[in-house]
Write a protein that binds this ligand. Structure first.
Ligand code: SAH
Length: 247
């Protein structure tokens, strides 16, 4: 069986119990070496073969999987594999080859970044929507999803794979509709020992975070500003399925 496993954002104890259990009985692990914490590989049995996919092509990855019939194979992806994980192309090849697989979710870096910021992405009356996107780089972004047009909604935004283009990104966000003083933050290597959090606004963040070039998320929106309205869920005057109003 082949398991696509979310390794979590970096801290080795942020993998799921299911992911850790499967690693501990793996015969072959193919891990995304650029971002997966190598400490996780210490969970593998001594007999396990570990391959770093950073220098491999898609075909080399799926060939390696195919070469181990009957064994427990783990494809270890950073964060949660459903976000910028390039897993679908692997699953399509495995479907064609008739090889069975399962996906084990993981803690995304976007969750670890919110934890580092001690922030909640969705706040009553501030934003109930999170847009997850990226700047176009060598990987294109469909025209209708350009940052400038997404910015029009002024939701909470989480931007992956864009830190190297931070000045352009902030420019696009402001051109699209966010006021220049909108709170924004960069979280570098969330949950790693070298984690850094830089807070600012869309206008000063490019300068404040100029030395950060990779492995970072950009977070944008008023959810990063001071105290706001409280939720209705825990409001004493609000009745819901599990609690009667007391006020
Ligand atoms: N599937 C992953 C994202 C893979 S794309 C997830 O769910 O997190 C790789 C990008 O994710 C990086 O360029 C960076 O923008 C972000 N990233 C991954 N790990 C990170 C971390 N620990 N802290 C901040 N950003 C991270």
């Amino acid at each position: 069986m082949i398991y696509f496993i979310g390794a979590g954002p970096g801290a080795p104890d942020l993998i799921t119990l299911r992911g850790a259990r499967l690693l501990s009985k793996a015969d072959l692990v193919i891990y995304a070496g650029s971002l997966v914490n190598p400490e996780l590989l210490t969970l593998c049995p001594p007999t396990c073969t570990c391959l770093n996919s950073a220098s491999m092509t898609l075909e080399q990855v799926t060939d390696a999987m195919q070469a181990c019939p009957g064994e427990t194979i783990v494809r270890l992806h950073t964060g949660d594999p459903s976000l910028y994980g390039a897993i679908r192309e692997q699953m399509e090849i495995l479907d064609r080859l008739g090889l069975p697989y399962e996906v084990v979710p993981g803690v995304s870096s976007m969750s670890a970044a919110a934890a580092a910021l001690r922030a909640e992405y969705t706040l009553p009356s501030v934003s109930q929507t999170v847009i997850i996107s990226r700047m176009a780089g060598r990987t294109p972004v469909p025209e209708r999803e350009q940052i400038r047009s997404l910015a029009r909604h002024r939701t909470t935004m989480v931007l992956f794979l864009s830190i190297a283009m931070l000045p352009d990104l902030c420019h696009e966000l402001i051109s699209g509709g966010y006021p220049p003083d909108t709170p924004a933050a960069v979280v570098y290597k969330a949950s790693w020992p070298e984690e850094r959090v830089i807070r600012g606004t869309l206008s000063d963040l490019p300068e404040k975070a100029a030395d950060i070039r990779k492995t970072a998320l950009v977070l944008v929106g008023d959810f990063l500003s001071g105290p706001g309205e409280r939720s209705r869920l825990y409001d004493p005057g609000f009745t819901h399925a599990y609690r009667e109003a007391t006020e």
